[in-house]
Design a protein around this ligand. Structure first.
Ligand SMILES: C[S@@+](CC[C@H](N)C(=O)[O-])C[C@H]1O[C@@H](n2cnc3c(N)ncnc32)[C@H](O)[C@@H]1O
Length: 343
């Protein structure tokens, strides 16, 4: 990072009083904190950290991988002219903040979690990456909306804002967009994303700024459920996802299976889901089978048959037992029966 650019940015930024302005060139080196590996070490793509007492799910690691890939592409596109600033609004133990520092190469990361009790674990984790003089971070314990609104009021804008909440993120979107640099990347995930999809189960989802929509719900013809707001356009940006896959391949992340997830498979599925002919929502295979009164057809066979009939069809990255298709449900039942030789 060019010192002059950092100093210019620092003039426009103010940070928690207890901390020096993080983008200011440092006259005195801070006392280094221990670089000892944590007592209870977890590792994600080679970055070790201690989850401590924070809420941490190892099976959400793929979501964090995608965040790192997207932020890295965004950083590359932004170029080196200005410091690259990330804000992790609900950081838990700080694993994302850590990965933005270590893997994205962010110039500054703001790690926030409402729980002050997590401070030692967050600081402990981030301290291990304080070695390079141009890598800086701050930790705070504010409500996410307050933090984001304050950044906006102080005209402190971030290139990446990450909000990983329990339940829906909808309440934070407005404040996050206000604190986001124009053209920045907003990454929303939800541990229990009931509100993001309207209702449902525990999964994660990602929403890049204009890259992906909140459009995952199961089509159940028997029940009318009010959901929304609902993005009805293409689910993802194919070009961006293809670049994420190339980067994952470049870094050797694509083919390794971590926590049961292959990034290559996941991103390939998401690329297929980007077909603009596909409507929002997905259909569960067991729903088709029970309505067609047949055993569940093999997923791949059903997709191929639907494609042969001229429909768009693909797997859903949300459920292993679901498809996305523009084929009307009645035709899906016919196709399922044909596969089982009942027609
Ligand atoms: C799903 S966990 C975060 C997990 C973490 N991002 C990760 O990847 O491991 C949500 C975190 O948000 C914090 N939290 C809950 N409500 C908050 C709020 N309104 N503002 C800031 N943090 C909040 C909780 O203390 C919790 O640590």
């Amino acid at each position: 990072m060019a010192i002059s650019a950092a100093a210019a940015a620092a003039a426009a930024l103010s940070f928690p009083r207890a901390l020096p302005s993080p983008l200011q060139p440092r006259r005195h080196r801070h006392r280094r904190r221990s670089a000892e590996p944590p007592a209870c070490a977890h590792s994600e793509r080679g970055v070790t950290f201690d989850p401590g007492s924070a809420f941490y799910r190892s099976d959400s690691a793929a979501g964090r991988d995608l965040a790192v890939l997207a932020a890295t592409l965004h950083r590359r596109a932004a170029g080196p002219s200005a410091p690259f600033l990330c804000l992790d609004a609900m950081c838990g133990c700080g694993v994302r903040a850590l990965r933005y520092l270590a893997q994205v190469g962010a110039d500054f990361v703001w790690a926030n979690d409402a729980s002050e009790a997590l401070r030692p674990v967050i600081v402990g984790n981030l301290s291990r990456f304080e070695r390079a003089p141009d890598r800086r971070w701050a930790v705070s314990h504010l409500d996410a909306t307050r933090l984001l609104s304050e950044r906006y009021l102080r005209r402190e804008y971030f290139d990446v804002i990450d909000v990983d909440s329990f339940g829906g993120d909808a309440a934070y979107i407005r404040a996050a967009l206000l604190a986001l640099r124009i053209g920045g990347l907003l990454y929303l995930t939800s541990t229990d994303w009931r509100s993001a999809r309207g209702y449902g189960s525990r999964r994660w989802c990602c929403t890049g700024s204009c890259y992906s929509g909140i459009s995952h719900y199961s089509i159940d013809p028997d029940s009318i459920t009010v959901v929304g707001p609902l993005w009805t356009g293409p689910l993802h940006d194919t070009t961006f996802l293809t670049e994420m896959l190339s980067l994952a391949t470049e870094w050797g992340w694509a083919n390794t299976i971590e926590n049961g997830v292959s990034l290559e498979k996941l991103l390939d599925t998401m690329i297929e889901e980007s077909d603009s002919r596909l409507p929002p929502g997905y259909i569960r295979l067991d729903e088709i089978a029970s309505r067609a009164k047949v055993n569940s057809p093999p997923l791949g066979t059903l997709i191929n048959s639907l494609r042969k009939e001229g429909y768009a069809a693909c797997r859903s990255h949300i459920g292993a037992n679901a498809i996305k298709t523009n084929c009307p449900i009645e035709c899906c039942l016919d196709v399922a029966q044909e596969i089982r030789n009942l027609r």
